[in-house]
Design a protein around this ligand. Structure first.
Ligand code: 2P0
Length: 327
């Protein structure tokens, strides 16, 4: 039984940062994101009862250690639902640099959830696939959904999932400041924020309020409100992270400079807003129709210091889907 799925990364406008349940990956707060049409992950799962253990291959190299253990633990959840102990071969190709704060775990576990569910014969709808993907990596539940998605925090495994949310047509421009793997994983940094940052509780309260305001801004298709909330929510998350001890700082000097570049674009009449995840890269949010103009404006903004080949224009992309179904 072989199934292949494709999934894309998503970038949150209201961030997920903190868990109330580490085992089930239930978040402290809901979040809201845009799934992109760039950097797909393709994952092929073959269930093979002859295998003694799962075989995991990332970009052509056999994976071992904790990345492999995380995938085996995820497959165990699928096997439990399917009522089988059969092992599987998993082959993954990522077109996004892994671990660079470009959401590779979101596209990775979304593609794995869709391919593994099908290969193991589970017939899951979008909501159940989102719940399953969440167990691999929280943000992956949003990459099951195409375009804009809201992840409802929920109160238990059944109620914590992502679904489509209607709003304006948004696009993004990704500024790749540094594509190297980050020093502290977001999972570890989230835990350290909860355990050591004096701003952790304030972040949770602010994120809840931001999500309610963002839902209103989406319903009104109010790009200005969406953008202002996006920028402020990202900086609030980074403020909570910087409050950790020992401290964690994901934003590089150039990242901060790119937030200033967004302000310059707006002053020149082009609406673009900056956000950043657990890494130094900055993502600009704008109207879908303005993506080319935002990229061009950043290319000629000398202070931003971004060469054209490190500015990636993206539109709304599809949710995770099968490209080869089990025979
Ligand atoms: C987000 N991030 O909402 C936030 C913003 C990074 C910064 O979701 O522990 O890799 O696997 O649930 O999903 C990154 O967290 O963490 C993330 P786990 P995940 O996109």
């Amino acid at each position: 039984m072989t199934s292949t799925a494709v999934a894309h990364p998503n970038i949150a406008l209201v961030k997920y940062w903190g868990k109330r349940d580490d085992a089930l990956i239930l978040p402290d707060t809901g979040s809201l994101s845009l799934t992109l049409d760039v950097f797909p992950t393709t994952t092929r799962v073959t269930v093979d009862p002859a295998l003694a253990a799962d075989e995991i291959v990332f970009d052509g190299a056999v994976a071992t250690g904790s990345p492999a253990a995380r995938i085996t633990a995820f497959l165990d959840l699928v096997r439990a639902q399917a009522g089988t102990a059969a092992r599987a071969r998993v082959e993954t190709r990522n077109s996004v640099p892994t671990g660079a704060g470009l959401a590779s775990s979101a596209s990775g576990f979304a593609a794995l959830a869709v391919a593994a569910a099908d290969a193991y014969g589970l017939d899951l709808g979008e909501r159940d696939l989102s719940r399953l993907a969440r167990r691999g990596s929280g943000s992956a539940c949003r990459s099951i959904i195409g375009g804009t998605a809201i992840w409802h925090a929920g109160t238990d495994d059944a109620t914590s999932y992502a679904e489509h949310i209607a709003g304006p047509d948004l696009g993004m421009v990704i500024a790749v400041v540094d594509a190297a793997a980050k020093a502290v994983s977001s999972r570890e940094a989230m835990r350290r924020t909860r355990d050591t940052s004096p701003y952790a509780d304030a972040w949770v309260q602010a994120a809840e309020a931001d999500l309610a305001l963002m839902q209103r801004a989406f319903a009104a298709c109010d790009l200005t409100a969406i953008g202002e909330l996006t920028e402020s929510n990202a900086l609030r998350m980074h403020a909570a992270i910087m409050g950790c001890r020992p401290p964690i700082r994901y934003l590089a000097p150039q990242s901060i400079g790119l937030f200033d570049a967004a302000a310059r674009l707006r002053a020149a009449g082009l609406e673009a807003y900056a956000t950043a995840d657990a890494g130094p890269n900055v993502v600009f949010v704008c109207r879908a129709a303005d993506v080319g103009a935002v990229r061009d404006a950043l290319t000629v903004d000398d202070a931003a210091g971004m060469p054209a080949d490190r500015l990636i224009a993206a539109q709304a992309g599809p949710g995770a889907h099968l490209v080869e179904a089990a025979a």
